[in-house]
Design a protein. Structure first.
Lengths: 314, 385
């Protein structure tokens, strides 16, 4: 028996939007199916939030189209109730309690009065914030506000959920809540568009990863495959000197590292980083250059963005 | 959806205690200050502080000063000499001064009023009070002055002089010029300022509420609200209704204070007052929503709205009575909601009428409300998120 084909929930086709001479979105094609988590990363100003706004129909496109469940969300009011968004800011009313806020957004999304109490309770359970249901938002810590912000995005059980930096400034416990929530949504076949800078979240949660640069979707694929493609067996080596020194420059440059911080910090992707680190330490000692710190990193999202956008040599 | 937004805004204000105080306590306080200042002028009670030097210390001068003391509510201070009086005026301890130099009955100009150039009105008030005191409380003195003037001309005999000064004429005769009140009771300036302060604060209160639009944009709420199934119109409609209701409650509190303290007849004219209050609140809400929707940030909206509202208030008559303004400004006032609100309240509460002027005022205010709301819809509809 042929496997059931997943329904496309979000489709952007050649989506383009300019602000003056700057392309905020440059003919972006993107497809997100039910139950899938698509992580979108990129530098500040790359167009991530613009894409999120376009995806929910809050932004008029200059070219191309956006379809959510086959309909244009900027025109079709019925399809809007299938969308939930948790913006990076705490998009809730500060003088209202958590449950009052959720009730408001459930009502605005068209949940009937009879169904609202159970919808609110379900959203609070999913985000583990029921114990603060009766507290005003402006009396809560940032972690609890984030949970409430997420709860408001899912209170009406959307089929497309857009999360803009949902783990920004969160403690470890709340991150786990978010991961558990997204796992649950995936099981419920909700499509999730996740905008995040957190490498761990992306690695654990995302089925697919897209990198935006200057409004263009420059790379797209599975996170693990992209990391392997970009870095292979190489890891990131960072060398920090007490002070920049001309004697150190040839030693570090010869190993493919590039300088920053006026020559006091060098970094780059290298094979067998531990051995290289030892050699660098010995060589710098010979020329009397004081080493402040030498670290080996698994490449993160910033490195991947750098690779994808060509600023780091692969 | 409109009801949802009404509930959100009502709960938000209810839980903002400082906001409640500003909305409901501040306007009546300002009204009381304005009414106290201006209604004193309307009732003839102008409380000036005067200093006096009595160089004659006669029976007539003591009677005159006693009368004056009553009329100035005890604000008349005796000073030893003219230098001390001038010093008191210069230093601000007295607004004006009176010097009684010679026999009040026999000298052409026995008294001098000293006037500070910066407080000329106080000097005029003191001069008038001296004349009134002499005319009403010392008519015999005034008669003796007349006889003293006529005596050299008519060569009166001592007996004629005695009979003339003892004559009841002048003591019992009616004043040559009488004032008569021709319009209904109540203090028109108190009603004027109840309306003027009411519309002034309605504008500022509505603007504070309307700026939640800007806060919602900044907090990302606008994105979430944009997903509501009803679109922008019900979201703005809910705000419009809330701001109108809030404005009516604010006006009710202010006018109740006016009714209790100054006897403004609100209850006897309740239907027409209510209609005026609703139109005034709706006009303020519409204008405030349009301004908030047009501005990108609070930093823009705050100065722009303050500038617009203060200009409208100044031209419209919320700060100084319109009848004191030049003709051109009075005409310009008809382009502001303030003038229409003040005119409607005055006609309804003072004259007790619902006439063509009131109906016209309601129509104009409703038009301000409608135009403001449509402008807000237009701005919000084309706004880039």
């Amino acid at each position: 028996m042929a496997a059931e084909q997943a329904e496309v929930v979000l489709r952007l086709a050649k989506a383009a939007r300019r602000y003056g001479n700057k392309a905020a979105l440059d003919r972006v094609d993107l497809e997100l199916t039910e139950g899938a988590v698509y992580a979108l990363i990129g530098r500040n100003g790359a167009g991530k939030s613009t894409l999120a706004k376009a995806a929910i129909g809050a932004l008029a496109l200059d070219e191309g189209s956006v379809r959510v469940l086959g309909a244009d969300p900027s025109r079709d009011r019925n399809v809007r109730r299938e969308i939930g968004i948790a913006p990076q800011e705490i998009a809730l009313y500060p003088h209202l309690t958590v449950s009052e806020n959720l009730d408001v957004f459930a009502a605005l999304a068209g949940v009937s009065r009879a169904e609202r109490p159970s919808a609110v309770a379900r959203a609070m359970d999913a985000t583990v914030c029921a114990e603060r249901a009766g507290e005003r938002l402006d009396h809560l810590s940032s972690g609890w506000r984030r949970r409430a912000n997420l709860a408001a995005a899912i209170v009406h059980r959307p089929r497309l959920l857009v999360l803009d930096e949902p783990t920004e400034g969160l403690d470890a416990e709340t991150r786990l809540v978010l991961r558990s929530l997204i796992d649950g949504l995936r099981r419920d076949r909700t499509a999730v568009l996740l905008i995040s800078h957190n490498a761990e979240d992306v690695a654990i949660l995302a089925d697919r990863l897209g990198i935006l640069e200057a409004g263009r979707l420059v790379v797209e694929g599975r996170p693990g495959e992209l990391m392997a493609q970009a870095f292979g067996d190489r890891t990131e080596l960072v060398v920090r000197l007490s002070a920049a020194s001309p004697s150190a420059d040839p030693i570090l440059a010869a190993r493919g590292l590039t300088p920053s911080d006026r020559g006091s910090c060098w970094s780059g992707m290298v094979v067998d980083a531990v051995a290289q680190a030892h050699e660098i330490e010995v060589a710098l000692r010979r020329v009397d250059v004081e080493l402040r710190e030498l670290t080996v990193h698994t490449p993160g999202l910033d490195a991947l963005i750098g690779w994808a956008t060509g600023s780091v040599e692969a | 959806m409109i009801l949802v937004m009404l509930r959100v805004m009502a709960l938000s204000l209810w839980r903002d205690r400082a906001g409640l105080v500003l909305v409901f306590v501040l306007p009546p306080l300002v009204f009381i200050v304005f009414a106290s200042v201006f209604s004193a002028g309307a009732t003839g009670r102008l409380d000036i502080r005067a200093g006096v030097v009595d160089l004659t210390d006669s029976a007539d001068s003591r009677r005159l000063l006693y009368s004056l003391q009553q009329r100035l509510s005890g604000r008349l201070t005796r000073l030893p000499d003219i230098a001390a009086l001038e010093d008191a005026i210069a230093s601000g301890r007295a607004d004006a001064g009176l010097v009684l130099r010679d026999d009040l009955a026999a000298t052409p100009t026995p008294a001098t009023v000293l006037i500070h150039p910066g407080r000329r009105a106080a000097g005029e008030v003191l001069t008038a009070q001296v004349n009134v005191a002499a005319g009403q409380d010392l008519p015999d003195l005034m008669l003796r002055r007349e006889v003293a003037v006529l005596d050299p001309i008519l060569a009166l005999t001592p007996e004629q002089v005695r009979r003339a000064t003892k004559s009841p004429f002048g003591l019992d005769s009616p004043p040559p010029f009488a004032a008569q009140r021709i319009l209904p009771g109540g203090d028109p300036l108190v009603i004027y300022y109840a309306g003027a302060v009411s519309i002034l604060f309605l504008m500022f209160t509505a603007m504070q509420g309307a700026m939640s639009l800007i806060d919602e944009r900044r907090a990302g709420l606008r994105l979430r609200l944009g997903l509501s199934t009803g679109g922008v119109a019900p979201l703005l409609g809910g705000r419009m209704l809330w701001l109108t209701a809030l404005g009516v409650i604010q006006a009710l509190v202010l006018f109740q204070v006016a009714a209790v303290i100054y006897g403004v007849p609100v209850l006897t004219n309740l239907p027409a007052w209510s209609a005026t209050a609703v139109c005034a609140a709706a006009a303020s809400a519409g204008i405030a929503l349009a301004l908030a929707a047009a501005c990108n940030t609070r930093e823009q909206a705050q100065p722009v709205s303050t500038f617009v509202f203060l200009i409208l208030a100044a031209i419209g008559g919320s700060m100084a009575p319109r009848f004191l303004m030049p003709e051109a400004l009075q005409t310009l006032g008809w382009f502001t909601p303030h003038t229409w609100v003040i005119e409607a309240y005055q006609t309804v509460l003072w004259r007790g009428l619902v006439n063509a002027t009131v109906l016209e005022a309601w129509t104009v205010l409703a038009s301000f409300a409608g135009a403001g709301f449509l402008a807000a819809l237009w701005f919000e509809g084309r706004r880039r998120l």
